[in-house]
Design a protein around this ligand. Structure first.
Ligand code: M6R
Length: 369
């Protein structure tokens, strides 16, 4: 039931504040993180791991790439993110001290399931991040963190993406606590930020009308580029994936630092480029680098649409459009800046008269290798 919405995707984007409140529910107790479903993955095991490999496909892999920054910062364990099908068909170096985390909305993606079984057979501990109760992948894993985002029907994943990052953040905070790498102050600060997230997600949804107008103007666009740095980089990749999936427009995401290494050759007058701008308060260095990237592409005629923190005056002179996101800590910002990109894909697909929920050639759950 679409509950009055024009599509399941529109409904699921709008549900994100509630979905995230559900992901967090009962898991932050007096400022600390509690995840009882970790099963046999108790503190003794978690203290001893020396590496994390996260495997996933599509949007779930971008959620993993976003969370890598936080898990490494809090738990001081190296995190590698790999596509399940690439991981499975090489000879990955694994040890009993590796923790393999799979991320899957459906819990049925065959590529990810096969990779989990492969790791398990190699004696590796496995944790699943999953949205679907009693799906196959969690059943094949040592522990599970359910995202509790509610059923996701639209082929294009939205609320599950944000919920996956939040679930991985909760795990990262737990791991940092168990390993003693995260201060109590740092933990309390992050849990406070996470608890404030549903409200900020509700606030960012207010850009819907602005994004709709933009999408209408851009209905004939043939190609859109997305740039980001640090945690904004996987968000740029996710923005591009959303657009190609449901609008059938050529879309590419790049790390902004790569521009000069090739992609800037694509910039010609009128080329639309979305830029995910990090908060100026968080890292002045990252922020000023992005501003100079914007200047570089603007000088070559790009049409710049900046997703930037509310009140970020530095981007105004150089951007054609600024879509504001609420103030948030750097690691929280990607959870907000992805929302305008989801809305843009939805609105552009709608403007083109396409089937938003059932794009051509795609299935919600890919149960063959
Ligand atoms: O169910 P899963 O999370 O394992 O699915 C993984 C991908 O197939 C999925 O995220 C796909 O990329 C989506 N259609 C993206 O919107």
């Amino acid at each position: 039931d679409k509950g009055g919405w024009s599509s399941f995707m529109a409904k699921e984007i709008a549900e994100q504040p509630d979905a995230i409140a559900n992901t967090l529910r009962g898991r932050i107790v007096e400022g600390a993180v509690e995840i009882p479903e970790l099963g046999s993955l108790g503190p003794d095991i978690l203290k001893d791991i020396d590496r994390i490999v996260i495997i996933a496909c599509g949007t779930a892999a971008y959620a993993a790439s976003t969370a890598k920054y936080a898990i490494e910062a809090w738990a001081r364990v190296p995190v590698d993110v790999e596509l399940s099908h690439e991981f499975r068909y090489r000879t990955p170096v694994l040890s009993a001290r590796t923790l393999l985390i799979s991320v899957s909305q459906s819990g049925e993606t065959m590529d990810t399931l096969m990779a989990v079984k492969y790791a398990r057979d190699a004696g590796v501990k496995t944790l699943s991040v999953c949205n679907t109760q009693s799906a196959t992948i969690p059943r094949e894993s040592d522990g599970v963190i359910y995202t509790h985002a509610g059923p996701e029907v639209a082929v294009a994943s939205t609320k599950a993406f944000v919920a996956q990052i939040v679930a991985l953040y909760l795990f990262g905070l737990h791991l940092g606590t168990v390993r003693g790498t995260l201060s109590t102050e740092g933990l309390h600060d992050m849990t406070r930020q996470l608890l404030a997230l549903p409200e900020k997600l509700a606030e960012v949804l207010e850009v819907t009308d602005t994004v709709r107008q933009l999408a209408h103007w851009m209905a004939d666009t043939r190609s859109v580029l997305f740039l980001g740095r640090h945690v904004g980089y996987p968000i740029a990749l996710e923005g591009a994936l959303k657009l190609k999936e449901i609008s059938y427009i050529h879309a590419e995401g790049f790390a902004a630092g790569e521009l000069k290494h090739g992609p800037i050759a694509l910039i010609e007058p009128g080329q639309p480029v979305f830029v995910v701008v990090p908060s100026p308060r968080s890292s002045a260095e990252l922020h000023s680098k992005i501003v100079s990237n914007i200047q570089e592409i603007r000088a070559r005629g790009a049409r710049v649409i900046a997703i930037a923190e509310k009140g970020d005056a530095a981007v105004l002179p150089f951007a054609d459009e600024v879509i504001p996101v609420p103030l948030a800590e750097p690691l929280i910002q990607p959870l907000l800046s992805v929302v305008p990109l989801q809305l843009f894909a939805l609105e552009l697909s709608t403007a083109k008269g396409l089937d938003v929920d059932q794009p051509r050639n795609l299935a919600k759950s890919v149960t063959v290798e």
